[in-house]
Design a binder for this molecule. Sequence first.
Ligand code: PLP
Ligand code: ZN
Length: 414
Amino acid sequence: MDHVLGYKCSLCGQEYSLNEIEYVCPKHGDAGNVDVVYDLPKIAQRWTKQRLADDRDYSIWRYRPLLPIEPDSPALPLQIGWTPLYRSPRLCDHLQMPNVYVKDDGRNPTASFKDRASAIAVVRTRELKREIVTTASSGNAGAALAGMAASVGQPAVIFVPQTAPEAKVAQLLMFGATVMLVKGTYDQAFDLCLEASREFGWYCRNTGYNPFTLEGKKTAALEICEQLGWRAPDRIFVSVGDGNIISGLHKGLKDLLALGWIEKMPKIMGVQATGSAACYNAWRAHTETITPVDAQTIADSISVGLPRDGVRAVRAATQTGGAYLTVTDDEILDAMRVLARQAAVFSEPAGATAYAGLVRAIQQRMVQPDETIVVLVTGNGLKDTKSAIKAAGQARHIEPTLQDLKSQMSNLLK
Ligand SMILES: *Cc1c(COP(=O)(O)O)cnc(C)c1O
Ligand SMILES: [Zn+2]
């Protein structure tokens, strides 16, 4: 990997070679998240926008020169990334903003954004020849890891809180992973997974601990800019739990800016649920000290007491002139309905949270009507059918007769 120089600690700035550490900067316990540092001048010599435009591989692998994997490592045999970026006329009319785009990352193989991260983690596991890859997950990261692992026959052990939605647990099992339902919170599952990986030498994909997840996630930012013809949007709205997706977007945009492929840094808008707002709280208080909260929200994928990538997540907003917003569970359910009905994008609660944040930002006059906005929808609605039914309401029951249909229709038309 001669295009990767090593790691740099996001807290103290200490630099390490790729072989010196595996996960975090040892000076800060488990909290010392490190950034992967690239030799960007070398990459720029080999890789141009034109070469990329000629590449017919429409997936995250088209960005391989900017990913921390060996040039000859086999890609996973799945269509990961290059998800659609829609400009939905009905949604734009609804918002009275002509340039709102929805990026539907529910269209990934396991139906969430997490495939981007887990793909890189599985390739890394293969490079290191580890027997087992493991992660803690509130659901999607595990499903993604299980799916990516299944594509190459890599054994995986996944720790999820036993409260994870049924559909997500079913996915894990379906892909053949060994599933541990932890009698406790996500945070407890996280710590158990770390202990297990230390004890048994498993490769640990934990979010906000493994430096490669963020590198996979940054591909969404690269795609957004490429899909917009290398005109960076004014703002990107994204939901925040652990804070690894928002940090990944920031990293991708910084890489593109350094390469000179975009001219400006979009403002990054982090959106959290009111009941799980540790990053928002820190951002508001102008601090990088993240105080844990008692997390409670319908959006299980962003229900996080202690964000594991909180510092970089706060910086993504402060360093780009963006902001953090919070939205209530009711606003999230509303957003699910509007996205589905105006743009035909069916999202799980955490995915629609980004859109709810845009609605808030419009109400608070934080955005101008002519801005180019990207709303990142991070997970598909079928991931959590209970919440979908809560948002959409129940269907009608009917006798199998035209008569009953007629009487119900007269009700409907009232
Ligand atoms: C994981 C996840 C998020 C939040 O990502 P973080 O890196 O934890 O901030 C948002 N939406 C969905 C659907 C997710 O699975
Ligand atoms: Zn450090």
